[in-house]
Design a protein around this ligand. Structure first.
Ligand code: SF4
Length: 291
């Protein structure tokens, strides 16, 4: 996910939902140690076939994570290590809560009226949704069957994990292009840019709508040349209907500290409004609708 997706959430958090494994909270996933070998292998098999997933949380939001009111589910596990990540507690799959796909689908069914009225739907975010392709696939297929608009928020790094069948169940992809050249991308995420481009090419070829997202961080991603490079990448994809420039905010510091991880952007300030505007202007100059 992008760091800024958690910055403004208009929708209230629905507290009455208790994922099955949340009842085990306290033991958490550490409880796995207490399972017998048979129970453990059964659980792993259920995770592999997608009946069971590992999630951080979910919430109802409006005007973020896609159109309308959305149920956004944050899946645990991410192969990237973005310096600006707001959710380092989603880095590892084992830190999430096991939850049944059927339980989440039941919840989605209950919100169908809200989704219909607001032209919203579901968004699978994270962490990285494509770390758990079987689980994500079940949620997307189930939602689609109920006529719900579906969206994933992804870096595209694990795009190869998305089968064509899964893509058929996706209406919109929020695709984070975290930088425009390999060197900066590596500095920002610790990983390679190429898989994101490959995934975007694939989405565009299938005509799947893309909202491209770029997090603007002073002294890290704000070089106009980097922004132009991002715009040139996005320009290849004919199915991009908007570009979102997300200004960096200091939101995740406490989480990095709590996890004992080194947060390198402690002294970085949010971009000035002029920088946000000039960056948006670069994307606009390529003909994009920019937010
Ligand atoms: S490290 Fe993963 S979860 Fe965090 S911002 Fe990057 S892609 Fe998103």
């Amino acid at each position: 996910m992008t760091q800024a997706t958690t910055t403004v959430r208009d929708g209230g958090r629905d507290q009455d939902f208790l994922a099955p494994a949340a009842r085990l909270r306290g033991a958490g996933i550490g409880g796995l140690e207490e399972l017998t070998d048979l129970q453990r292998s059964e659980r792993l098999a259920r995770m592999r076939n997608g009946d069971l997933g590992s999630i951080h949380s979910w919430e109802l939001v409006t005007a973020v994570d896609g159109p309308g009111t959305r149920m956004t589910v944050f899946l645990n596990g991410c192969p990237l290590r973005c310096l600006y990540c707001h959710n380092p507690d989603t880095f590892l799959m084992k830190d999430g809560e096991p939850v049944e796909a059927s339980e989440l689908l039941r919840r989605m069914r209950r919100y169908r009226g809200v989704f219909r009225a607001s032209k919203g739907g579901i968004t699978l975010s994270g962490g990285e949704v494509l770390m758990q392709p079987a689980f994500a696939g079940k949620l997307l297929a189930g939602a689609k069957k109920m006529g719900i608009h579906t969206c994933i928020d992804t870096s595209g790094f694990l795009g190869a994990n998305a089968s064509d069948e899964m893509l058929d169940d996706i209406d919109l992809v929020l695709l984070d292009v975290k930088s425009g050249d390999e060197e900066t991308y590596k500095k920002v995420t610790g990983r390679s840019l190429a898989p994101t481009i490959t995934f975007g090419d694939r989405l565009a070829a299938k005509g799947i709508e893309i909202w491209a997202r770029f997090v603007l961080v002073p002294d890290l991603t704000d070089d106009p040349e980097n922004v132009h490079n991002v715009a040139r990448i996005i320009e290849r994809w004919g199915s991009v209907s908007r570009v979102e420039v997300l200004p960096f905010h200091q939101m995740g510091t406490d989480k990095w500290d709590a996890l004992g991880l080194r947060y390198q952007l402690r002294d970085t300030r949010p971009p000035e409004p002029e920088l946000v505007e000039s960056t948006r202007a670069i994307f606009r100059s390529y003909g994009f609708e920019v937010h």
